[in-house]
Design a protein around this ligand. Structure first.
Ligand SMILES: *Cc1c(COP(=O)(O)O)cnc(C)c1O
Length: 372
C-alpha cells in the first residue's frame, strides 16, 4: 500500500469496531489463563495497545520489521546506546543534534562507550575512523541547523565493510521525504515530537529496526525493563498526527522551497541552507535520496548575531521558539540555544515551516528583513 494509506490505517486497533482507536489507560491486564505462560497484554511498562499501535504504524511507514517507542527522541537514542557494551565504538556525525552530543559526553563516556565525531560527508575520514569494535555509524540527514545532507548508501557500504550498522536520525526528513532503509541503513530514529505528531503537543520518540534480530530484542528489553515509555495518550495523539503526515509534510516542503527561493534573492541575506536549492552542497545527494526536501531551512543574515536576533524579533507571524514540525511556523537564533562550543554561525536563523499560507510567511519575513 502507498504511504498515504498506511498513514491512515497501519497499526489501527479497531477494538470493538471503533473507527478511531480508544485510549487504553489501564496499567494492568487480566491474564487470559491462570498459568505462568502469559500471552497478550500484561502491564503498562511492558506493553500497551496504543503503544503497539503507534509502533506498528511507524514500522510500516519506514518499511521496518520492528519499532520500539520511547518517551522522547532522546530517550529513544539513549535506549539504543544502552544496548551497546563498554568498549564498543561508535562513529557519530559531527553536526549531530546537540542533545546527542551531550548524552554521549556526560553519560556514555562514563559507560565506556567510545565515540568519534566525524564529518560524514567525508567518506575517507569515516573509513579512517573505523576500529575493530566499531558497532554503529550514526548519521543525521539533513542535519540541524545547517541542513547538511550525507550519502546514506555510501555510509551503509562503509558500515557493512566494518561489520557495523548504519543508523539515521530521520526526524527532519520524515518517512514522507526519505526512507533510510532503502539505502542500506539498519536503524532509523525519530523524535515523534516534531513532524510525526505534528502539532507541538506531544513528546515522544522511536527507534525503527530494519530486521528483527538481536538489536531489536535488546532494545525491546531496555524499553520494557527501564521504562522510558510514552503514555497511551501520547501514542494516540502521535497516531492521530501521522494520519495527516503526508499532506502536512508535502505542504511544508513546498512552502519551505518557496521561502528558500525568496531568501536567496534577498539583499540582506548572506546564505540560505536548504537541500532543495541547486547551490546547496548536498543537493545532488538529496535529489537521489529524498522525495521532497522537508519543512526546515536556515539562513544567515548579513551582519553579526545581533543583526540576526533583530530580524527574529521583528517577525510577527513566525513565533520565536525552538522545535519544528508543527502547524505553527517558528524562527530561532540557534547559537543562543546551543552550548558555547557549538560551531553554528552566529548570524544564523532557523525556520521551521508550519501550515500558514506561504504568501503571509514571505510577507512577514520581508518585513522582518527590512532594514537588516
Ligand atoms: C528534537 C530532535 C531530537 C530529540 O528529540 P526529543 O523528542 O526532543 O527528545 C533528536 N534529533 C533531532 C533531529 C531533533 O530535531
Amino acid at each position: 500500500m502507498k504511504i498515504e494509506t498506511l498513514a491512515v490505517h497501519a497499526g489501527e486497533l479497531r477494538a470493538q469496531g471503533a473507527v478511531t482507536d480508544p485510549i487504553v489507560l489501564s496499567t494492568t491486564f487480566a491474564h487470559p489463563s491462570g498459568s505462568l505462560d502469559v500471552h497478550g497484554w500484561t502491564y503498562g511498562r511492558t506493553d500497551n495497545p496504543n503503544r503497539a499501535a503507534f509502533e506498528g504504524c511507524l514500522a510500516a511507514l519506514e518499511g521496518g520489521e520492528q519499532c520500539v517507542a520511547f518517551a522522547s527522541g532522546m530517550a529513544a537514542v539513549s535506549a539504543l546506546l544502552q544496548t551497546y557494551a563498554p568498549g564498543d565504538h561508535i562513529i557519530v556525525e559531527r553536526d549531530c543534534y546537540y542533545g546527542l552530543r551531550v548524552v554521549l559526553r556526560e553519560t556514555f563516556e562514563r559507560w565506556g562507550l567510545e565515540c568519534t565525531f566525524v564529518d560524514l560527508a567525508d567518506h575517507s575520514a569515516v573509513a579512517a575512523a573505523v576500529r575493530p569494535l566499531t558497532r554503529l555509524i550514526w548519521a543525521e540527514t539533513p542535519t540541524n541547523p545547517l541542513l547538511k545532507v550525507v550519502d546514506l548508501a555510501a555510509l551503509a557500504g562503509i558500515a557493512r565493510a566494518a561489520g557495523a550498522m548504519l543508523a539515521c536520525d530521520n526526524t527532519f526528513a520524515t518517512p514522507i521525504c526519505q526512507n533510510p532503509f532503502d539505502f542500506g541503513a539498519e536503524i532509523v530514529m525519530h523524535s515523534a515530537t516534531k513532524f510525526l505528531s505534528g502539532h507541538s503537543d506531544v513528546l515522544a520518540g522511536a527507534i525503527v529496526l530494519r530486521g528483527a534480530g538481536g538489536i531489536a530484542e535488546r532494545l525491546r528489553r531496555v524499553q520494557r525493563t527501564m521504562g522510558a515509555v510514552p503514555s497511551p495518550f501520547e501514542c494516540w495523539l502521535t497516531m492521530r498526527g501521522i494520519k495527516t503526515l503526508p499532506l502536512r509534510v508535502r505542504a511544508q516542503s513546498e512552502t519551505a522551497a518557496a521561502i528558500a527561493g525568496f531568501l536567496v534573492e534577498h539583499a540582506a541575506v548572506e546564505r540560505v541552507h536548504y537541500p532543495g536549492l541547486p547551490g546547496h552542497p548536498g543537493h545532488d545527494v538529496a535529489v537521489r535520496q529524498m522525495r521532497a526536501f522537508g519543512g526546515v531551512l536556515s539562513f544567515q543574515v548579513r551582519g553579526d548575531a545581533a543583526a540576526a536576533i533583530a530580524v527574529a524579533e521583528r517577525a510577527r507571524l513566525f513565533t520565536r521558539a525552538t522545535s519544528l514540525g508543527g502547524v505553527h511556523s517558528l524562527i530561532e537564533h540557534r547559537a543562543s540555544v546551543e552550548p558555547p562550543d557549538s560551531t553554528t554561525p552566529r548570524n544564523l536563523l532557523r525556520l521551521a515551516i508550519g501550515l500558514e499560507h506561504r504568501d503571509d510567511l514571505i510577507e512577514d519575513l520581508a518585513a522582518a528583513l527590512h532594514g537588516a
